[in-house]
Design a binder for this molecule. Structure first.
Ligand code: ADP
Ligand code: F6P
Length: 483
């Protein structure tokens, strides 16, 4: 079996307990745990001056190679372009997207830097799997440096409507970068349709047989691979968590009140303001819930260097305070708002205790929390998932209460319905959801992507003799590596 080399900006280092929450890190850690391989990414450190060589370490089946990033490059790459321009646009918030050409240049510099440092670590038959919007140009850079291995890419966030994608001055460059991969994976069929539509309508491309596409003088493959979780393990963890002191403390503190839970990075894509407004509306419209229900919103601070995230933090703090100021009693705080991370075995217990999982992003690639909520439930007394139609997970979890996160009244009504739902209906809905998350797991995601990547015809067979400027490998080197 070929060695797997995973590249991602964020990784979980040995001994680090997923302190920085995020679906990509959770998913990749679970994906690598069984198959093993090399995980190459950012160390989490920035340096003044030139950053040094990759630091190498290994634990069990996973070897790690991490790179520091020069502080100025980091500002342009991570704060400026990846999270200042791409993230808002890909989440359909063009008004929040702050575009600067210098940031794009920094983005390319860091991609080149990563490619230069990855190349010496590669073996000829390694299978390279690059992750997320930070590294769209990485295959182009690797090809330029003569790397001829198969390279796949997976985008964890949604792909935007083509009408928004073209607002990026360098949309053609990024689209061409996607075609430099042997396979591009997206979360859902809807994401695939949006990217195909871009190629067909904006740059005169055409679809070929299967999942193949030709555009911008290149050929590539685009397909959907919805990410999952390690369902069995998370369910076991949640079951065990019922005997943990943290779970008992939360349960005791509720004094038999129903718990509604939200767990998200503090990000404007997660719809936190509408969620709090909806909870307030629930209490106002159905006063029987007063003193009977508590919202626990866990939201660790994320990307605090980015201005839009600092503004969001102030807004959500203000809103949580307002709801509590309006409705709290001496012995009841309606909203418990926590800006911190929890170990997974504690989080799993909290999710299991909750009568309602309130997962209402404005837009989300997949949303693993929705799947974790389902996996964590007690089969004999499960809670109800209220899920935004704009989360990738809504395409699979159709027996959740599916809501429009922009409609506060609808959100409040769904909460009311979930809190009142009889046991037999809760069980029937949960069984159907659990069936889905048990079939589409992190293992099936990893295996289906890697099988598809391994079965990609080597570029040599495509006659993909492309000039060096484009960054694609030449016939001869592709032949040599594609055994
Ligand atoms: P995103 O990738 O946008 O952050 P996801 O819902 O796909 O969203 O993934 C978030 C992951 O981070 C989940 O696995 C979730 O359990 C984890 N997570 C989120 N908040 C916390 C927290 N406060 N403590 C621990 N883990 C968290
Ligand atoms: O899954 C989406 C994602 O953006 C990942 O790419 C990222 O690692 C995670 O959320 C957390 O964000 P950050 O790495 O910026 O802290």
């Amino acid at each position: 079996m070929a060695r797997l080399v995973i590249v991602s900006n964020r990784l979980v280092l040995p001994g680090e307990k997923l302190a920085r929450a995020g679906g990509l890190a959770v998913g990749l850690r679970d994906a690598l745990a069984r198959r093993g391989g090399l995980w190459f990414g950012w160390s989490g450190e920035t340096t003044e001056g030139t950053a040094g060589e990759p630091k190498l370490s290994s634990v069990g089946k996973i070897a790690y190679a991490t790179l520091d990033i020069n502080a100025a490059d980091y500002r342009d790459f991570y704060v400026g372009y990846a999270n200042g321009a791409l993230w808002p646009l890909f989440h359909h918030r063009p008004g929040l997207s702050l575009y600067r050409r210098s940031a794009f240049e920094g983005y390319l510099r860091v991609n080149t830097w990563f490619a230069q440092n990855l190349k010496p670590l590669l073996q000829p038959d390694d299978l390279i799997w690059v992750h997320d919007y930070h590294f769209i140009p990485l295959a182009t850079e690797l090809r330029r440096q003569g790397v001829a291995n198969r390279i796949g890419f997976f985008l964890h966030i949604p792909f935007p409507a083509p009408e928004l994608f073209v607002t990026l001055p360098e949309h053609k460059r990024l689209a061409s970068d996607l075609l430099a991969y042997d396979l591009t994976g997206l979360q859902t069929a809807a994401d695939v349709r949006r990217l195909q539509r871009y190629f067909l309508e904006e740059v005169g491309g055409r679809t070929l047989e299967g999942d193949r596409i030709e555009a911008l003088g290149q050929k590539g493959r685009i397909a959907a691979f919805p990410i999952g979780i390690d369902t069995e393990r998370f369910a076991r963890t949640a079951d065990k968590a019922m005997r943990r002191p943290e779970t008992a403390r939360l349960s005791d503190s509720l004094s038999s009140r129903s718990l509604v839970i939200g767990v998200d990075r503090l990000d404007y894509s997660k719809g936190l303001a509408n969620r709090l407004e909806a909870f307030q509306e629930l209490l106002a419209r159905w006063p029987e819930h007063k003193s009977r229900v508590t919202l626990l919103q866990i939201a660790p601070v994320s990307r605090g260097e980015v201005a839009q995230y600092r503004a969001l933090r102030r807004e959500i703090e203000g809103l949580a305070g307002r709801v509590n100021g309006k409705f709290a009693e001496a012995d009841w705080t309606p909203v418990r708002y926590l800006n911190r991370s929890f170990p997974r075995n504690v989080l799993a217990g909290y999710l299991r205790l909750a009568r309602v999982g309130f997962v209402t992003p404005i837009r989300d690639g997949m949303n693993l929390v929705a799947k974790e909520y389902v996996a964590a439930q007690d089969p004999a007394d499960p809670g109800v998932l209220v899920l935004s139609r704009f989360a990738g997970a809504a395409g699979e979890l159709t027996d959740a209460l599916i809501v429009n996160p922009y409609d506060i009244d609808e959100l409040a009504a769904a909460l009311h319905r979930a809190l009142a739902m009889p046991l037999d209906q809760r069980i029937a809905r949960w069984r159907s959801l659990m069936d889905v998350v048990s079939r589409n797991t992190i293992k099936t995601w990893r295996e289906s992507f890697l099988q598809a990547l391994e079965s990609s015809p080597p570029l040599a067979l495509e006659g993909a003799m492309v000039e060096a400027g484009n960054g694609r490998r030449k016939l001869a080197s592709a032949d040599a590596s594609a055994k």
